[in-house]
Design a binder for this molecule. Structure first.
Ligand code: PMP
Length: 423
């Protein structure tokens, strides 16, 4: 028995399902345990090297253990790692975010994407004095009650419609409509106008595979929000700093009222950000009545790692390397995987996914029709050949600055071999 299996057996007694976040249990045939990581490579406790296309589920756009991030974190550790008071790095990181996101005048740092969307929704409710929200079928906004309604990501992978333990009184305030369907949003928004606090959306869906917005869809959401008095929240936890410095809002030219960021902005350390217009943000405590607090908010180590990451992103090469790697691998999927099993490959910048067996994917219902078994078989066969992709169709492949030509070429070889044995 290898060490990973041995550890997983022990873990099953200690953690529900053996893991601390559900998708980790989906890795085939059982989760591998990582000893160390650098660049594009993970090394398991059994000494197996894996090219990583999961990258911590998105944050590591520089790759593992980037020297600039390591240096910044070490420097911070040498000055102490938790003060319970304000410190300069939080100002520096906030200034960067404000400069890259014109929709953001002020931010609140929290510790996860979950906390960010939870706080943004509470803020929208507090600001508008309304209660309902519109979310999109298959969009994932974290693991809190209001958004665990028809969510994507691991919620889809394990086939749970929402979550037990969420009171109906809470989930009925969350109105779910299909992504890319302007008419449906408009109808539901107008019908609920008197009590609609917010429309929350992943501007590019990244938790039901990768599903881009149709031309004009996000602009229509802006219009509908304006017409109904709801706030438009862009959940850019994945897309923020991945689609470019200004995220999806810059790419698609739409200005939300509130933005949530996470993942990349913490350089691989726990983080979440709520950002937006000053008059809304000032509703947060202590300047306003909407409560948010956190022992670890604006954690010094996270701020240092995030700042070092964004400094690298500003140099431009990261996007060039990561996007070009994604383009090549996505193209190979189109040429080899689609040729054999059909389907469609969606790529936006350095995130992509293949939906086997379906010709068009514009929303979650379309994604559900894709062949999950083939997707999972690809995960399994790639893993045997030294490439780690997420064990679910409802996630994305991510690339980083460490995915240079060698790494891509090795991946393409493994991909061709893997596809040969899948039937
Ligand atoms: N929003 C989006 C769009 C996400 O993809 C995620 C996590 N994958 C979250 C929110 C929740 O973030 P976290 O896991 O940091 O709580």
């Amino acid at each position: 028995m290898d060490r990973s299996l041995e550890l997983f057996q022990i873990a099953k007694n200690l953690f529900p399902g053996g893991v601390n976040s559900p998708i980790r249990a989906a890795v085939k045939p059982y989760p591998f345990y990582v000893k160390k990581a650098s660049g594009a490579t993970l090394v398991t406790v059994d000494g197996v090297e894996l090219i990583d296309y999961v990258l911590g589920y998105g944050p590591l756009i520089l790759g593992h253990m980037h020297p600039k991030v390591l240096e910044a974190v070490e420097e911070q550790l040498n000055r102490g790692w938790l003060y319970g008071t304000p410190h300069e790095l939080e100002i520096e990181l906030a200034k960067k975010i404000v400069s890259h996101y014109p929709s953001i005048d002020m931010v609140r740092f929290v510790n996860s994407g979950t906390e960010a969307t939870m706080t943004a929704i509470r803020l929208a409710r507090g600001f508008t004095k309304k209660n309902k929200i519109i979310k999109f079928d298959g969009c994932y906004h974290g693991a809190h009650d209001s958004v665990l309604v028809k969510a994507g990501s691991a919620v889809s992978h394990f086939g749970v419609p929402g979550s037990a333990g969420v009171p109906e009184e809470v989930s009925k305030l969350t109105l779910v409509v299909p992504f890319n369907d302007v008419e449906a949003v408009e109808k539901v928004a107008k019908e609920n106008q008197d009590d609609l606090a917010a429309i929350i959306v992943e501007p590019v869906m990244g938790n039901a595979g990768v599903i881009p917005p149709k031309e004009g869809f996000l602009k229509e959401l802006r219009r509908i929000a304006d017409e109904t008095g709801a706030l438009l929240i862009f959940d850019e936890v994945i897309t923020g700093y991945r689609l470019g410095l200004g995220g999806a809002q810059a790419k698609f030219g739409v200005v939300p009222d509130l933005t949530t960021l996470g993942k990349i902005v913490g350089g691989g350390f726990p983080v979440g950000v709520v950002g937006g217009k000053r008059e809304i943000m000032e509703y947060l405590t202590p300047s306003g009545p909407v409560f948010n607090a956190g022992t670890f908010n604006a954690h010094p180590v996270t701020m240092a790692a995030g700042l070092a990451t964004i400094n690298e992103l500003e140099r431009g090469y990261v996007y060039e390397v990561a996007n070009s790697a994604a383009e090549k691998v996505a193209k190979a999927l189109e040429q080899e995987a689609v040729a054999k099993f059909g389907g469609v490959v969606h790529r936006v910048a350095s995130m992509f996914q293949w939906f086997p067996g379906v010709e068009e994917v514009n929303n979650y219902a379309d994604a559900l029709k894709a062949n999950k078994e083939i997707s999972l078989r690809l995960h399994e066969e790639l893993l045997k050949r030294g490439v780690f992709i997420a064990p679910s169709l409802f996630e994305a492949w991510f690339t980083s600055a460490a995915h240079g030509e060698d790494v891509v070429n090795k991946t393409l070889e493994a991909l061709s071999e893997a596809l040969k044995v899948i039937s």
